[in-house]
Structures are given as structure tokens and as C-alpha cells.
Design a binder for this molecule. Sequence first.
Ligand code: HEC
Ligand code: HEC
Ligand code: HEC
Ligand code: HEC
Length: 317
Amino acid sequence: MGSEPMRLFTFSLIASVAIAAVIFGFAGNSAAEVYSQGPKVCEECHRGETEIWQASKHAESFKKVHKDKKAKKIAKATGEKSMKRNATCVQCHYTVVRKKAGAKAKPAAGPSCESCHGASSEWFAIHNDYGGANVKVGEESAQHKAERIAGATAAGMRWPSDKYGVAENCMECHGLANPAVAGDKLAIMLDSGHPTVADWELVRYSQGSMRHRFYPPEMTLNAELSAAEAAEMYVIGQAAKLVSAVNAQGRSDSAKYNEFQEARAAAAREALGKVGAAAAFLAEPTADQARALVAAIQGQDLSAEVGAMLLAKDSYK
Ligand code: HEC
Ligand code: HEC
Ligand code: HEC
Ligand code: HEC
């Protein structure tokens, strides 16, 4: 199930919205309220992934982080002193859940399934329909599966096969680059002691406690990345980091914020400077060029160039 969605990402978003509109009657306009339903709705079918998430810092944080002295100080400085009610903190620290459209939104978990795979209110029904009420997942026709994947994507699902999109999304929170957070709030957060991690690296942060890779043929094995896959992910992570850092610069007047973004950009530039295929991207570090780089290295083994930069497994978070 890992490879099929890939082909569909050659569709443009507009094409997939149009297809989804025809097949699912999905409106595809911004009027539809998109909201998260919380990790409980995924658990029924995704036990293994749920157990891993529950043991992770993303999940544990929900019961802990707001009690921290430093957290209270940062929250108070930005306005609302309760972290769970603070409009700035909730953007990155919580999954804000609604029971149904229009219902009250409540922080119900730390960062969770939908923080990475997309708020599910519009894609959930599509995800769980294999071609009618009586059709089981293994019985789905190839055509229906292709349509289902396109429809879910258009409705906001982020598939693991969208490797750049997944990395870009980590950077919004971990690069303090979430566009929903105002520049002046970012400045206050940093001045009140909010942590920054400039050397955040995707392989290190995704392949430790966060790793869930239950793919065929052995659906029960939480597989480690091969050397070639780790090298590919390293390059994708650095590209996403550079784009995020370049775009974030100047969003806030804060010197601390801009120093942080410069440090992220410099680290990513240094790493990618050792990767031949990244030259065109480095000359023009945009999301489009990053996606072109990701497409160009697809299936290649870059471990000879990248291997020495990969961190030791015992440093994985
Ligand atoms: C009723 C069962 C069911 C529920 C509920 C469900 N899923 Fe799934 N999901 C599946 C099945 C079966 C697959 C594998 C087939 C497919 O869709 O490709 C899958 C595939 C996925 C994949 C893609 C894996 C790949 O092929 O790369 C992701 C990501 C995912 N689900 C996330 C979620 C999230 C997040 C939720 C909750 C919002 C959720 N699912 C709820 C059954 C379910
Ligand atoms: C743009 C996303 C973002 C926003 C907004 C944000 N944080 Fe964070 N916060 C993070 C990330 C990511 C981490 C983990 C450290 C890292 O990787 O940079 C973190 C870590 C923390 C920590 C340290 C937790 C620990 O385990 O040591 C505290 C405390 C904290 N944040 C408080 C707050 C408060 C209070 C607010 C609201 C005023 C807030 N944060 C807003 C992204 C954010
Ligand atoms: C921190 C971001 C993040 C969170 C939180 C997260 N995922 Fe994922 N998920 C990923 C990434 C990244 C991959 C791709 C892994 C790979 O192929 O290397 C993935 C892959 C998957 C897959 C396909 C591989 C597999 O294990 O079957 C499914 C299904 C899935 N996630 C479901 C979930 C569910 C359900 C939750 C919540 C319990 C969840 N994810 C939470 C980032 C996340
Ligand atoms: C919605 C925002 C958000 C997204 C998206 C997100 N994270 Fe996080 N992550 C956080 C916050 C906030 C923390 C800090 C929690 C705390 O310490 O209380 C954190 C903590 C972590 C930690 C624990 C770090 C440590 O020092 O122990 C890891 C590992 C991690 N995230 C990996 C990832 C990866 C990999 C991705 C993308 C696949 C990702 N995160 C996406 C918000 C997010």
C-alpha cells in the first residue's frame, strides 16, 4: 500500500479536486469546514500506529507541557495564560477537535494522527469506502482505489507517499514557521524562553519513538529504513528545512527568530552542498524546486554522498 498513491501525485491538485468533485460530489470550495476528529477515530483500524503514537512525546505532552513553569510563563507573555486556551500555543501543541461541523472546538490531544496526515472531516468517509457498504478493503477494484486516493487527497489527506509534503509539515511546527501564528507572537515566545532546535533533522526525529512503518508484505513489522531510504529522507528533510527557513525569514522583527531561521538555512545549505543532485535547488530554494529535487532522486541510492552525514541510530529521538 506504500507505492500506489505515488503515481497519483502526478495529478495536479486542480485535476484531483475536479475528479473528486465528479466522483464524490465533493464541493472542493473553501466553504466546507475542515476540522480534526481526534486520534480515537483512527484507532479502530490502526492499532499498531496508535500504540506507537500513545507512547510518543507528541501524545504524552498533552498531560504535561501546560504544567511546566516555563510553559506558563511563555503563555502568559503572549496573552492567555492557559496554554490550552491560548490561540498561539494551540496551533502547534494540540489537536483541536470538533465532534461535528459547527460544534465547539476543543484541544483533545497533543500533536496526533491528523496533525501529520491532515484534518479528516472531509476525507474520512472517502478513506473508509472501498466501493460500497459490502466491499472489504482487499476486494476493492483498482479503479475505485485510484479514485479513493485522489478524492481523499483533494479533501485534505496527506499520504505518507507525499514525502515532501510530510517533511514540509513537520517544519511548520518544529521550524516555528506555522503561518497561522503571527510574527509578533513568535517574537514574544522566543523572548520568554520558548525552545528552538536549529539542528532538527528529519531522519533523527522521525525514525526513533515516532516511527510507524507497517507496510506489506509484513504488515506487522515496524520496519527500519534501508540505508538508501534514510539517505533519501535526509535530503528531503534538508530541502524542506531550507525552504521553510528562507520563507520564515523576516516574518518577525525578532532578532532571535531571524537568527534561528538563518542557522536552520545555513545547516541545510551545508548538508545539501555535499549532494550533487541538489545544485539547482540550492540556486533557487523554493518548494517547487524542492519537489523537483525529490522527484529527481526518487529510487536512487544516495548513501555514498549522504551516509557520512547521517546520525548514529542511538541519537534518534
Ligand atoms: C475503518 C478502518 C479505518 C479507519 C477508521 C481509518 N483507516 Fe486509515 N487505512 C485503513 C486501511 C484499510 C488502509 C490501507 C488501505 C488504503 O487506504 O490504502 C488505510 C491507510 C491509511 C494511510 C495510508 C497508508 C499508506 O498506504 O501509505 C494513512 C496515512 C491512514 N490510513 C491514516 C488514517 C488516519 C489518520 C485515520 C483517522 C483519522 C484513519 N486512517 C482511519 C483503514 C482505516
Ligand atoms: C510554531 C509552533 C509552536 C508554537 C506556536 C508554540 N510552540 Fe511550544 N514548542 C513547539 C515545538 C516544535 C516544541 C519542541 C521543541 C522543538 O522541537 O523545537 C515546543 C516546545 C515547547 C516547550 C518545551 C517542552 C518540553 O518538553 O521541554 C514549552 C514549555 C512550550 N513549547 C510552550 C509553548 C507555549 C506556552 C506556547 C504558546 C505561547 C507555544 N509553546 C507555542 C512548537 C510551538
Ligand atoms: C509526527 C507526524 C505523524 C503522526 C503524529 C502520525 N503519523 Fe502516520 N505517518 C507519518 C509519516 C512520516 C509516515 C511515513 C512513514 C514512512 O513511510 O517512512 C506515516 C505513515 C503512516 C501510515 C502508513 C505506514 C503504516 O504504519 O501503516 C499509516 C497507516 C499512518 N501513518 C497512520 C497514522 C495514525 C493512525 C496515526 C495516529 C495514531 C499517525 N499515523 C500519526 C507521520 C505521522
Ligand atoms: C502540529 C505541530 C507538530 C507537527 C506537525 C509535528 N510536531 Fe513533533 N512536536 C511538536 C511539539 C509541540 C513537540 C514538543 C512536545 C513537548 O515536548 O511537550 C514535538 C515533539 C517532537 C519530538 C520529541 C522531541 C524530543 O526532543 O524528545 C519528536 C521526535 C518529533 N516531535 C518529531 C516530529 C516529526 C518527525 C514530525 C513530522 C513527521 C513532527 N514531529 C511533526 C509539534 C509538532
